[in-house]
Write a new protein. Structure first.
Length: 313
């Protein structure tokens, strides 16, 4: 196995190890559903805003102003395309009401941090992380607005009434501040940035523990989900990034920015999806299954996607 692919494999196995700890903690009664909800609330409202702001304030360099605008535009455009595709795909697959929101979330929002960053480093080198950090600013804004809205429409078929105040949260505010700081070229504030980064560092392990704990709520035979879930997972990992390449390759010059966009589109389901289900009443069972299945499949799909991207670009 090539060294870069071995690194990717190790990152995914690390993810599984922490999920397994969360699974065992629930079985041993160190975690329960109320603890999961409170930990989710802590991470989403305190740790995640710290991680988002810290990613900007610890950056030693940013792309040029033109590249920042181009990367932001590409990120916004690719997310909008994924929203349209996810909406149509769930109708085509006849996902029942009460599950469509979580399926649309899984199709649109991937694990761009814990898996995405190491993958990009392994495939393209550290220079790719600068583009990834800018690309993920709109992603974070969308996942906590559009993504949260998807889940509010999915509470066992009962639609939750939402207003704009529902989405004015610490994490959304931190996303907007991070975008403004990036556009103004404000970054590398060592003390403040390091403090926020340290606070944000609990996000990934906490999210993985919550996923494992959620999986422990269901019988072992249900961990792999339904055939619809597997179809959705394969579409998310392999088809969605090819669609993004097909749409943008005629207009965006081949290079690192486009390569980062395609690779991030093919990551497994975002680990914060299960936490958002606890906060907004979404189907945490299906979300945890989707996160688990896509991460398992990513062991094979990510090397294939990396080979595709390096071939076509």
């Amino acid at each position: 196995m090539p060294e870069s692919m071995l690194g990717i494999f190790q990152e995914i196995v690390t993810l599984f190890a922490i999920v397994a700890v969360g699974y065992g903690a629930k079985k041993l009664h160190f975690m329960n559903n109320e603890f999961d909800r409170m930990l989710s609330k802590l991470v989403i409202n305190i740790a995640l805003p710290g991680m988002i702001l810290g990613s900007v304030l610890t950056a030693t360099q940013l792309p040029s102003a033109q590249e920042v605008w181009e990367c932001l535009g590409l990120s916004f455009a690719s997310m909008l395309i994924m929203f349209v595709v996810a909406y149509g795909f769930t109708l085509l697959l006849r996902i029942p009401d009460g599950h469509r929101g979580v399926y649309r979330f899984m199709l649109c929002f991937g694990n761009v941090g814990f898996i995405g960053y190491p993958v990009l480093t392994a495939v393209f080198g550290p220079d790719a992380l600068v583009y990834a950090a800018v690309f993920n600013l709109p992603f974070n804004l969308f996942v906590f607005t559009v993504g949260a809205w998807f889940l509010t429409q999915d509470t066992d078929g009962v639609k939750v009434q939402t207003t704009w105040r529902t989405f004015v949260t610490p994490v959304m505010i931190s996303c907007l501040v991070a975008i403004v700081l990036t556009l103004l070229g404000i970054h590398h504030a060592p003390i403040l940035g390091d403090a926020l980064n340290t606070l944000g560092s609990i996000t990934t392990p906490a999210a993985l523990l919550i996923i494992g704990s959620s999986l422990a709520n269901m019988p072992a035979r249900e961990l792999l989900g339904s055939p619809r879930l597997w179809i959705c997972s394969l579409f998310r990992l392999m088809v969605m990034p090819v669609l993004i390449w097909a749409v943008f390759s005629p207009f965006v010059p081949s290079g690192l920015m486009l390569a980062v966009t395609i690779m991030l589109t093919g990551m497994p389901v975002a680990t914060n999806g299960t936490m958002l289900c606890y906060q907004y009443g979404g189907n945490s069972r299906v979300m945890a299954q989707g996160t688990f299945v896509t991460t398992v499949l990513a062991l094979a799909s990510i090397p294939l996607l990396a080979s595709f991207v390096t071939t076509v670009l």
